[in-house]
Design a protein around this ligand. Structure first.
Ligand code: NG6
Ligand code: CA
Length: 504
């Protein structure tokens, strides 16, 4: 009798456990972050793009939530990526754009987003642009480079080490240069010139695109870069093939991990300069190279959805499509982005660009797609990518450790389109700071000079010696500074800004 009861109880527990596992598998979707480089709010069809079509991205938006007030953490790449993976503001770690030989800026002792997902049973992978530094100091590109993605929680990595316009121009697979011939070792330098590939400033006749003086280092594949490089001839990437290489690696990761839960951080090179589209996409837009690489990037997005569909996982994968900073037309390479723009508005209705503290610097095209759980629509919730850490932790049932991800707020319901309420305050990092509170935008006055190359840009980055306050409801393009008319709002925002910046 008692034996029977124990068996019954046991069966009950097993059935209960099976149900529980079943439910928890359903709750935890695969997660794919598609991170585009330098894509502006207005560069996608659903947000009003004129000079290029983005059918694959538009499809994500039609079946997901399209956000109108979601932000990357900063108006440049490294700081935004740092915040995304650590849940911490970039200024806390002085994270700024890194050179191609810079050391890793993520503290390996602190739990990162991929590490947290690993604890929840995810296989984690990063494919694409890294730009968070590698190694501890002087990198030897001929050996396995560590610390890197593995040491911050990625089981698999396939990287462009820094940017497309910086040396070294090679891929790293699991932190080793892919295709390197040991007899032709790589050396990279950002200070002293080394004897290696010809230089842009000395051999303009070898160039596919001319550049400003800042991008006239080593010429690789007919494109001069920032920095010097020698060796590694067999390992050099071909810019025109990068979208295919990265999409194939991302698809292979999905295929290999289809039986597990996986987290893929797919970080595209497009639409960063050098904007050299594959012949398949040349003249696929009316805007020249910048438009063509938007079409190319859209194709890559389609490859990911196709791969997910093929293994029957598209409906049960949370895809977050977004960008790392605002759009830029002329960033140093002469590709006629300004001249060929026509009526297309890269930043939509917003003022500013990459590097800028105005809205376009951080207000990103952002789409969340998860057909099984999300009702299609749009959302005006105020959100920051720094919040993905705590929000995804909540999604997968993990606790954020004390002292980790200090700036990340859990807004899972907003990310999933269940509520339109996001952050009360949102920090925007540029070369100064902006702060949002509802419709208000406050910009911290800036005393110091900005880097010379930013000052020389045609874009107005928005740094001023006086306070700026804008009412974005009446004035979405930040043209009417109203701080004198609203001393009480200015005081609240100043106080909050001081609090955020002091709390370091
Ligand atoms: C800047 C580079 C620019 C680009 C940017 C990084 C100069 C003058 N300009 O320093 O070419 O590489 O860094 O872009 O050096 S980002 O999207 O990765 O932040
Ligand atoms: Ca960028």
């Amino acid at each position: 009798m008692i034996g029977k009861q124990i068996i019954k109880k046991g069966v009950f527990i097993i059935v209960f456990m099976m149900c529980y596992i079943g439910i928890s598998q359903k709750v935890n979707p695969n997660i794919v972050i598609i991170y585009v480089d330098d894509l502006g709010f207005g560069d996608i069809g659903v947000n009003g793009a004129i000079g290029v079509k983005t059918p694959n991205i538009d499809r994500l938006a039609e079946n997901g939530v399209n956000f109108t007030d979601a932000h990357c953490a900063a108006a440049t790449c490294t700081p935004s990526r740092y915040s995304l993976l650590t849940g911490s503001y970039a200024f806390r770690n002085n994270a700024a754009i890194l050179e191609g030989d810079a050391p890793l800026i993520i503290d390996t002792k602190k739990e990162t987003l991929p590490e947290l997902l690993q604890k929840a049973g995810y296989k984690t992978g990063v494919v694409g642009k890294w730009h968070l530094g590698l190694g501890n100091g002087k990198v030897d590109w001929n050996k396995r480079i560590s610390p890197g993605p593995k040491e911050v929680g990625f089981d698999y990595s396939f990287l462009i080490p820094a940017t497309g316009d910086r040396t070294p121009c090679v891929f790293l697979e699991n932190q080793k240069v892919l295709g390197l011939d040991a007899k032709d070792p790589i050396e990279v330098s950002y200070g002293t010139r080394i004897d290696g590939y010809p230089l842009g400033k000395e051999h303009p006749e070898l160039l596919k695109q001319h550049t400003d003086p800042y991008h006239q280092g080593s010429i690789i594949n007919g494109i001069s870069r920032i920095g010097y490089m020698s060796g590694g001839k067999d390992a050099l990437w071909v810019d025109e093939e990068i979208p295919f290489v990265l999409s194939n690696k991302a698809s292979a990761f999905i295929e290999e991990n289809k039986e597990d839960k996986f987290f893929l951080y797919f970080s595209l090179h497009d639409i960063h300069q050098p904007r050299i589209a594959n012949i398949k996409f040349v003249e696929s837009s009316t805007m020249g190279p910048r438009g063509d690489v938007i079409a190319q990037m859209d194709w890559c997005v389609g490859q990911i959805t196709k791969s997910l569909k093929k293994v029957n996982l598209l409906d049960d994968t949370l895809i977050i499509f977004t960008s790392d900073n605002g759009p830029i037309l002329d960033d140093g390479y002469l590709d006629y982005a300004t001249e060929l723009l026509g009526n297309h508005k890269p930043a939509g209705p917003y003022r500013g660009a990459k590097y800028s503290v105005y809205e376009a610097g951080t207000r990103m095209p952002t789409i969340v797609h998860w057909p099984k759980q999300i009702k299609a629509g749009t959302s005006s919730a105020l959100l920051s990518q720094v919040d993905l850490y705590a929000s995804l932790a909540s999604l997968v049932g993990q606790k954020v450790k004390k002292g980790i991800a200090p700036d990340s707020e859990n807004h899972l319901d907003a990310w999933l389109g269940k509520t339109q309420t996001g952050r009360e305050f949102l920090l925007e990092e540029a070369y100064t700071f902006g702060l949002r509170m509802g419709k208000w935008k406050y910009i911290l006055p800036k005393e110091q000079a900005v880097p010379k190359w930013i000052e020389q840009k045609f874009v107005d980055p928005g740094f001023r010696k006086e306070i700026q306050l804008f009412d974005l409801e009446k004035d979405p393009s930040e043209s009417n500074n109203v701080y004198k008319e609203h001393p009480e709002i200015t005081a609240i925002m100043k106080q909050k800004m001081d609090e955020v910046l002091k709390n370091n």
